[in-house]
Design a binder for this molecule. Structure first.
Ligand code: GDD
Ligand code: MG
Length: 352
């Protein structure tokens, strides 16, 4: 069985982080995001191949994952000639398929039991099965209404305030039957949410919902990107190196140089080759990327710093996200929700 990972979006809401790093590979604790999704797919024994549907900076992604060596499943890349939207991408990547396929948005992190979703799909002989999850505010998602038997009755992408009649949204995970793909027009941009799903409902086809209320997040905004890190470090989502670690664990790479007189409060993550000078403070929910230097009396608090940063003496970095190779001058102060693109230089004493 195959799975299609939709990973071709530009990640506009995560800019500037996604200018040089496509969203599917933004690092979560220094591990490209797609690894977390592949981990989930790998646990479904039937899935032996993942098709990565790409168009934005595909080379960068291929370089990291190759053909999936060591991942326990085969990876294949399908690069669209132009962005085809979520529906067009499914048709383009899945045109030759003849058996049920799992489709996954490339920016969601979850622990849903995909085996159980597949069982429901087969038991109901569905044309499509969609995972739903409850959220507080459905505005930014696809709102999905169901009847008492778990049939999808309405799909409304990005509903207006006055259209919200329930709290279950599209979690971005589907099982689809390829014999429905012929209704997706070829080679034009087409939305699975705005066109394909409503068309299934109109035609009265068996379209069922699997409601999941465990861990689920879309990492597509800076706030959610910070949230994912906090969830992993707090143990709300089990992932290395925090899975099974004691609460408030400060994970420090064995080859990081942490001088005497540094205050480190977990949970936090200090990666390979990092140097932290005396008097500096690393406060909870901080991630310090590879080879970053944190100078004397600097403070990193609840922030994510990508590799090769330099944080000057007495600088304060709070609730911020810093891309690669950022330079924060001495005594500079960054406050939430600061998000710096790669190679940003913040001059001494600046306040952001
Ligand atoms: N290949 C390809 N081509 N992939 C695409 C394209 C495209 O043209 N456009 C978007 N994608 C990928 C994105 O990379 C992402 O992984 C996924 O499709 C969904 O796109 P987003 O841009 O992240 O959509 P969203 O978050 O606003 O809404 C979607 O996800 C929500 C759940 O997180 C919708 O599916 C909503 O209905 C859903 O609730
Ligand atoms: Mg998204």
């Amino acid at each position: 069985m195959k799975a299609i990972l939709l990973a071709g979006g530009k990640g506009t809401r995560l800019r500037p982080l996604t200018v040089h790093t496509p969203k599917p590979i933004v690092p979560i604790l220094n591990r490209p995001f797609l690894y977390y999704q592949i981990d989930l797919l790998r646990h479904v024994r039937e899935i032996d191949e993942v098709i990565l549907s790409l168009n934005y900076q595909p080379r960068r992604i291929e370089e990291i994952f190759g053909e999936g060596e060591g991942l326990g499943l085969r990876l294949r890349y399908v690069v669209e000639p132009m962005p085809l939207g979520t529906g067009g991408a499914v048709r383009y990547a899945g045109d030759a398929l003849t058996e049920s396929v799992v489709v996954f948005n490339g920016d969601v992190l979850t622990q849903v039991d995909l085996g159980a979703v597949l069982r429901l799909h087969r038991q109901r002989k569905a044309k499509a099965t969609i995972v739903l999850t409850p959220v507080e505010n459905p505005r930014a998602y696809g709102l999905v209404e169901t009847d008492g038997d778990g049939n999808v009755k309405r799909f409304l992408e990005k509903p207006g305030e006055d259209e919200i009649a329930c709290n279950t949204i599209n979690a971005g995970i589907y099982v689809l039957e390829p014999d429905t793909f012929d209704r997706i027009p070829k080679d034009t941009a087409w939305s699975i949410e705005r066109s394909f799903f409503p068309s299934l409902i109109e035609r009265g086809e068996t379209f069922v919902a699997y409601v999941y209320d465990g861990y689920w997040i879309d990492i597509g905004t800076p706030a959610k990107y910070l949230q994912v890190h906090q969830d992993i470090m707090a143990g709300r989502y089990a992932a290395p190196p925090f899975a099974g670690a004691p609460p408030s664990h400060a994970w420090i790479s064995p080859d990081a140089k942490v001088e005497e007189g540094v205050e480190v409060q977990g949970p936090c993550f200090v990666d390979e080759g990092v140097t932290i000078k005396s008097g500096a403070r690393v406060l909870p929910y901080s991630v310090i990327g590879r080879h970053t230097h944190v100078e004397e009396h600097a403070t990193i608090d609840g922030s994510i710093v990508w590799p090769n940063g330099w944080i000057g003496p007495e600088a304060v970095v709070r609730g911020a996200i810093l891309g690669r190779n950022c330079h924060v001058g001495r005594n500079a102060t960054l406050s939430p929700p600061a998000v710096l693109g790669d190679k940003t230089i913040i001059t001494d004493y600046s306040m952001l």
